[in-house]
Write a protein that binds this ligand. Structure first.
Ligand code: NOJ
Length: 750
């Protein structure tokens, strides 16, 4: 990956010439990104109708004045070209704008939600998925994705857990790099790719109480060992942009935090791209009680290392010229920021060719290969949590199937949150997927049973329409519930699709409970009581309280929000056309009262007490990190280390045998965990340090091999206030999840 800070000599000269010719006002314009809402035809209430109605006019006036480094939230290629023309013609240097967008899990072809993609533990699938997202985005004229979200999330009350890769820094870092490669391709500016914008630097997932935007206090070891590694990996993979977080980190807002944006990001990691704020986060420096006013906020942000302000209205960066005049911001600082933005435009080829081919955009969006990538991603991300009596795979010749529940036939929920340019007509629900798969020979009956939620909750995204819960009008809940139970009774198998309405998760969508919302548990209990073998399909982005289900429902398959091809992939899995192979990227607590709960915790008291620390609940999770069943079984044996004693910087080769002991082919995901027994700091009881996906035929065995080198043993220690590699004794486990018990030991003191 080419370092985004380097440009050719000719390119650098061109940027020098532009900088020399630009006024301070024009430079401030380059550092401003405007929201430009093109709202769908909807009667949804806007958060602030006055502003929103005025907003396009204000933005267009600004564009005509020549001041726009970037625009966000436009996806129509014709509209992008129109606005780009306004920008190019509005400024004397003809500098085009970067168009940015939240391409989180697809643009038109919607992939499974990011937490689901992480659950595939399949880096190629993740990279391929974001490459499809990038291709569609670039085709319509978007140059930059505000993704991936790299926030480690250890509190599932926080709705944005769905956008990231879960709780683990090792998995998180690998998923981060794969996504950056997917978005950007081999080199920043590659055709059919976009700039990746890892976000939100940093620590956002540790919001107090899981309440979105709340403050974050993280110790240095937590930051360096847990929350920062995915960002470091994204920067190392060449990410061209980084987005600063909203909240305060240890008392200093991330967006005005020189330690984070300059010392860590640029000086330590060598980041050469540009940094954008989260929406309105520069002005929020005033809200935090940090900056005195918008002018002070602008100066503090840019001096801290921020390059571009994402502004909803009246940018704080409008004050940059006065900040330069007063000396609060130096011209050198301003120029350095503008240079980074211009370099990004140059790398994308925008300075020469700013417009997009609208006809080609339509073609790319229709590409059937994209749907296939989405289907495979959905197949690989589903996690089989329980399969008592081998109920899955179902026999496609089962005479009758009842497909029940409020999410069984909801297209909008099937694709999940954080999508805007979707096409519901081509979204396949679970009901449709099953019907398509089994054909007319099987009787498939459907009843919703009950709605997911009985009341609306205003969502940030209501203005984009399509986010309403099902209309309860004319819906006789009692009768529908009875109908669902009757359908179950008549069927040979019941497939019940439950979970969260997609608006209940994502940004600004925290929950204080992890229970199945509404009367869904009641529906499930009634269906199970009907005596029909039941498969629970979950649509969710966070772990839910499944204590009852885990005890009473024979089969539970977590399909997340599986995307455009979700229903097709779910049918592939249900009927055994493909084997379930996802693994949990987080620890699944039994109840909200256990939260936060992570497998990589420290131990401080007698081990025998660790499992019994609540009076009223076990202190173990319902499902451990890394867990996921197959429709076959795997056994782990013969764990060996090639050397029991190695130098402190030596590499140990760890091998183990995995055997498919069942009667079907399946995919094992052998995982390696490591623990340092003693040293200058307490280390977690175990940490993931390696994994593979391994396809094994029935009865087949294979050896898995992991290299445990010094990099995997380094950790940030308070004693050194830096990363250290310590001579110690290490335990290593290889197995199916974070509870793996096949262990070996090696010593690095020799
Ligand atoms: C706010 C969110 O925090 C961020 O993730 C997103 O990219 C921006 N809004 C733009 O939509």
């Amino acid at each position: 990956m080419t370092d985004p800070s380097t440009t050719t000599a000719d390119g650098a000269a061109r940027i020098d010439a532009l900088l020399a010719a630009m006024t301070v006002e024009q430079k401030a314009g380059q550092l401003t990104q405007y929201f430009y809402f093109v709202l769908p035809d909807t009667d949804a209430a806007l958060p602030d109708p006055t502003d929103a109605a005025e907003q396009p006019r204000q933005v267009e006036a600004a564009l005509a004045r020549g001041g726009a480094g970037s625009l966000l939230f436009v996806t129509d290629p014709a509209e992008i070209n129109r606005l780009q023309r306004l920008v190019v013609e509005g400024n004397p240097h003809g500098i085009p704008a970067l168009f940015g967008f939240d391409v989180i899990h697809g643009l038109r072809t919607i992939l499974p939600v990011p937490i689901a993609m992480a659950a595939s533990w399949d880096l190629e699938t993740i990279e391929r998925g974001q490459a499809v997202a990038a291709r569609e985005a670039r085709a319509v004229g978007i140059h930059w994705a505000f993704a991936p979200n790299l926030d480690i999330a250890r509190d599932p009350r926080w709705g944005r857990i769905i956008e990231g890769a879960g709780e683990d820094p090792f998995l998180g870092a690998l998923v981060a790099a794969a996504q950056v490669r997917g978005f950007q391709g081999d080199v920043l500016g590659a055709p059919e790719h976009v700039i990746a914008g890892p976000k939100h630097l940093a620590g956002y997932g540790a919001a107090l109480g899981g309440r979105d935007y709340d403050e974050v206090d993280l110790s240095e070891p937590q930051l360096w060992n847990v929350y920062l590694p995915p960002f470091a990996a994204a920067v190392a993979a060449g990410a061209g942009n980084v987005m600063s977080a909203y909240m305060g980190l240890n008392g200093v807002p991330a967006t005005g935090n020189p330690w984070l944006l300059t010392e860590v990001l640029r000086e330590r990691w060598g980041f050469g791209g540009f940094v954008v704020s989260d929406a309105n986060a520069v002005k929020s420096l005033v809200t935090h009680g940090f900056a005195e006013d918008a002018a002070d906020a602008a100066a503090r942000a840019i001096n801290a290392g921020l390059d571009m302000e994402m502004a909803i209205a009246e940018p704080a960066f409008d004050h940059l010229p006065e900040a330069v005049a007063s000396g609060a911001v130096s011209e050198a600082t301003l120029d350095a920021a503008v240079r980074r933005v211009l370099e990004a435009k140059q790398r994308l080829g925008l300075l020469d060719d700013p417009y997009v081919d609208e006809a080609r955009a339509r073609e790319v969006l229709r590409d059937p290969a994209h749907r296939e990538v989405a289907r495979v991603a959905a197949q690989r991300s589903a996690v089989l949590l329980k399969n008592e009596g081998g109920l899955l795979p179902l026999d496609p010749g089962t005479p009758s199937i009842a497909v029940l529940g409020p999410l069984a036939d909801s297209r909008r929920d099937t694709i999940g949150p954080w999508v805007f340019d979707f096409d519901l007509d081509e979204t396949v629900t679970v009901l449709e997927g099953i019907r398509n798969r089994v054909g007319d020979a099987v009787r498939v009956e459907h009843a919703r049973g009950i709605p997911v939620v009985q009341r609306e909750f205003p969502s940030l995204f209501d203005m984009f329409g399509g986010n309403r819960p099902e209309d309860p009008e004319g819906f006789d809940e009692q009768a529908e519930l009875a109908r669902a139970v009757e359908a179950a009774r008549r069927a040979d198998v019941a497939v019940v699709v439950l979970g969260e309405w997609q608006n209940m998760i994502g940004e600004n969508a925290s929950r204080s409970s992890l229970e199945l919302p509404g009367r869904q548990l009641e529906l499930l209990q009634a269906v199970v009581a009907a005596g029909t073998p039941t498969v629970l399909l979950l649509m969710n982005g966070r772990p839910l309280d499944l204590r009852w289900a885990a005890e009473h429902v024979p089969t539970i398959l977590d399909v997340w929000y599986p995307g455009t091809q979700g229903g097709t992939a779910v049918a592939d899995l249900l009927f055994g056309d493909v084997a379930p192979s996802g693994r949990l990227p987080f620890t699944w607590p039994r109840t909200v009262g256990q939260v936060p709960m992570v497998y990589a915790h420290a131990i401080s008291h007698e081990p025998q007490n660790q499992g019994r620390r609540y009076w009223d609940e076990a202190s173990t999770p319902l499902f451990p990190f890394g867990f996921g069943l197959a429709t076959t079984t795997f056994a782990y044996s013969d764990l060996a280390v090639d050397r029991v004693s190695v130098p402190v910087d030596g590499t140990v080769i760890v091998t183990a045998t995995v055997t498919n002991t069942g009667e079907r082919a399946g995919i094992a995901v052998p995982q390696l965990y490591l623990h340092q027994r003693f040293g200058s700091a307490i280390r977690p009881v175990r940490e993931l340090k390696g994994f593979q996906r391994l396809e094994l035929a029935a009865g087949e065995s294979a050896e898995v091999r992991f290299e445990v080198g010094p990099d995997l043993r380094r950790h940030w220690s308070t004693a050194a206030r830096d990363a250290v590699l310590e001579a110690s004794v290490f335990d290593v486990w290889v197995g199916a999840d974070a509870t793996a018990d096949l262990a070996a030991t090696f010593d690095t003191r020799g």
